[in-house]
Every structure is written in structure tokens, then in C-alpha cells.
Design a protein around this ligand. Sequence first.
Ligand code: C2E
Ligand code: CA
Ligand code: CA
Ligand code: CA
Length: 275
Amino acid sequence: AKRNDRGTAVLFAARHETIIRQESRIEQGLRQADLERELSLVFQPVYDLQSGEIYSVEALARWNSPELGLIAPDIFFPMAEKTGRVNGLTRVLFNRVLQDVATWPAHIGISFNLSARDLAVSEMVNWLITRIGQSHIEPRRITFEVTETAILRDFDAAREHIDLLRQCGARVALDDFGIGFSSLRYIHELEIDCLKIDRSFINPIVTNPRSQSIVKTVFDMCENFGIDCVVEGVETAEQCDVLRYFGARYAQGYLFARPAADFSFDPLADIGSQP
Ligand code: C2E
Ligand code: CA
Ligand code: CA
Ligand code: CA
């Protein structure tokens, strides 16, 4: 048994080392990356389940490194935060978003994710506001998605910057709602336009009465506060039916569309056919 234990420990250590080595390769790659060339965006629509129309389109970043291949944003954004490069990434991506949106139908809005370090830094927030002003895009069409962890980092700065973004006419959404530590405090103390319920509550929705209760409660709360509520990660028709039954209005997920470089502005086709 002793040998087994040691074997496991060695195996674990080896794997741990591989992960660390990989991480530093990615970190290194990020430092040398030609962001303008290697970063791209894919888009995923959020639908209004009542009308079938697009509510907003979320922009999601992709990094295609010539040396390392395609790297997921869950990996490289936290790393860019750590190494202080995230503001640079955000600038490249936001410029591109403004270019793309300028070619879209005027009623379609864009949702753009901000990192903690974006929301915390005044120069960055001012830069975003300046860029919106220089573009010919109506600020209402732009929603900034911020996470609870980003707000938690520096609550007072986050509140001030959220207010600034909204004063310029943009909208702010609270992303991944429900998995942070003080979700209710954010609703209580921040002026926001939209809330996105984290997909960990949506995933078990068909069979789990507790997630049903939570989702229903959040819908009611949003209605009372006049906040739009998006459910994310809807993958099956069953989930969608249950969510509609509990009052869901805006939804995003693989069931409707996967993130893609090319997407259609068409409304959902079979919106009326649900029971
Ligand atoms: P997020 O903002 O919560 O984005 C939603 C993630 O869920 C996306 O992953 C999306 O592809 C995925 N998703 C959408 N529908 C479904 C579904 O039905 N099922 C499942 N299982 N997943 C679904 P992605 O594109 O890998 O992005 C991961 C995270 O990386 C994002 O989570 C966001 O936190 C971050 N991220 C992506 N793009 C950006 C960006 O431009 N800036 C910043 N700061 N963060 C970004
Ligand atoms: Ca998001
Ligand atoms: Ca989310
Ligand atoms: Ca997330």
C-alpha cells in the first residue's frame, strides 16, 4: 500500500509540473503575442423568448497562438490579469467590437465582457467611454458584462465605474450571477441594467426543485427592480420549457446558437411552438 501511495504522489507531482510548465509557456506566449493578429472574436446571440428576436449579441474572445494553438479565454484572461496585459487585450477587442457593430443592423446590440482589472482602472473605463464617443454607435447598444469577482476586488471603484459607464449611456450587466459571495449586496447597492444567472443554476433545472426555486426567485426580484434577466447555458429544449414555465424572458445557450464568427440576425424560427 505504501508503494501505491508513493506512486500516486509521484504521478501527481509529475502532472502538476506539466501544468506549471504549460502555464509558463502560455504566459510567455501571451507576452510575445501579436494581439492584433492572434486575437479574434466569436459571437453568440441572446434571444427574447417572447418575440424570438435577438436581445443582444455577446462577443467572446479567442486567442489563436501560432506556437501554442487555440487557447480558451478561461485560461488566458486570468493569466493576462496576472501579468498586467489585460487592458491591452481589452483595447484590441473593444476596438474590433466597435468596428463590427458599425456594420450590423441598428437594432442589434453587443455585450462585451470586462475583466476585473478593466473595471478597477479609471484610465481603462475612461478609454472605453471615449471610444464609444468617437464611434457613431448609440451607447445604448453596448452592454458591459462584469462579474461578481470583478466587483469584489474593489467595490467602491467598481460602483463608481459602473455609474460612469451608465452615465455615458451604455448598459451594464452582472455576469455569472449567484456564484459569488454577496450577490444580493450587488443588487442592493449597484445600479445595473441586466443580470445573467450563472449556468450552474440552469444546468440541473429540469430535475432539481432547488434550482427551480432559486431561478424563480431571481426572476421575481429582477422584475421588481426593473432589471432584465438572462439565463445562460441553455442546452436542451426541456431546460428551455422549464425556464419559460418559471417566467424566463431572455436566454442564451447552445440550444439556440453556439458562439461563431458568423451568425444570423434572424429571429428564432419556432418560437411559438413551445407548449
Ligand atoms: P462568460 O462571460 O460567462 O461566457 C459564457 C461562456 O459560456 C462562453 O465560453 C460560451 O461559449 C459558453 N457557453 C455559451 N452557451 C453555452 C451552453 O449552452 N453550454 C455551455 N456549457 N457553455 C456555453 P467561452 O467563450 O469559452 O468564454 C469563457 C469565459 O471567458 C467567459 O465566460 C468570460 O468570463 C471570459 N471571456 C470571454 N471573452 C472575453 C472577453 O472578451 N473579455 C473578458 N474579460 N473575458 C472574456
Ligand atoms: Ca459574459
Ligand atoms: Ca456568464
Ligand atoms: Ca463564466
